[in-house]
Design a protein around this ligand. Structure first.
Ligand code: COA
Length: 237
């Protein structure tokens, strides 16, 4: 099964609400979130872990409100005591995303902005560059769709940017493929891109044992605060 949750953030958060969110996250996350220079990065970081806990709790029950994380050699976080449950986080602008699956999964959210096509030429394959530039009116959307899918793939396999974005191509017969096949010959992974709102694209990459994403859910900050308040009053973390 593959599901993903998207949380819309309002950065205008008061002290009480911020403390509530802080009370749900690990001391490691709290410490890390305080190191950011910009308030927005701190809020995104706190909300990411809180979203993971809320979403895992909703799907798998209360034991997931107190999860511990471990990291692979490339920094991908994994659930310490639940090797059969995989997750991935992404944050950009006022969106935070969390994907959950029984097998490795990756998610990426990006805000669409005016792109410089030389970036596409530099980081993408010639086929991908051709696809992006063949229709100037669609270039921006095509760039971001390919970008989030590539990022979701390198995050699903857990290598992050250590896996070059040009080591796999997502265009097949002139269209975006539903599968990513790495030149190294690892097994194919499934890909789906979704427009989250007018400005944001999300890419989700999951194991080819699954045919499609089972559920996408959207939450607002009130839902997260409600979860945090219920955890606090139950004395759970
Ligand atoms: C992972 C990476 C692709 C993130 O991309 P991004 O678009 O900047 O950020 P996103 O918001 O989409 O994702 C960030 C989240 O991805 C997760 N993440 C971090 N490293 C990851 C990896 N290797 N694979 C998958 N997910 C990873 C984290 O949960 C992180 O959020 P958090 O820090 O709040 O927990 C990029 O930063 C990267 O490649 N990092 C690894 C660098 C590396 O190889 N280091 C070597 C360590 S020795």
């Amino acid at each position: 099964m593959v599901t993903a949750a998207f949380l819309n953030i309002n950065f205008d958060i008061d002290k009480r609400a911020r403390r509530l969110i802080e009370s749900t996250v690990s001391s490691e996350r709290l410490e890390r979130s305080r190191r950011y220079h910009f308030k927005e990065d701190t809020i995104r970081s706190l909300m990411s872990e809180c979203l993971l806990k809320m979403y895992a709790h909703r799907r798998f029950g209360p034991a997931f409100s107190s999860i511990s994380l471990i990291y692979n050699e490339y920094g991908k976080p994994l659930l310490k005591n639940h090797p059969d449950i995989h997750f991935n986080l992404s944050h950009s602008g006022n969106w935070v995303a969390c994907a959950l699956s029984d097998k490795p999964v990756g998610v990426d959210v990006e805000a669409k902005k005016k792109i410089n096509l030389s970036l596409a030429k530099r980081f993408f394959s010639p086929e991908e560059y051709g696809f992006i530039t063949e229709n100037p009116e669609e270039s921006n959307d095509r760039f971001f769709r390919i970008w989030v899918l590539k990022e979701s793939y390198i995050k699903a396999i857990g290598m992050g940017l250590s896996c070059g974005l040009d080591t796999f191509c997502l265009i097949e017969n002139g269209r975006i493929s539903r599968q990513a096949i790495h030149k190294g010959g690892t097994k194919p992974m499934q890909l789906e891109s979704r427009r989250i709102d007018e400005r944001y694209w999300a890419g989700i990459c999951y194991d080819s044992a699954f045919r499609s994403i089972d559920k996408l859910e959207f939450f607002d900050q009130e839902a997260l605060l409600g979860y945090a308040a219920s955890m606090q009053s139950a004395g759970l973390k």
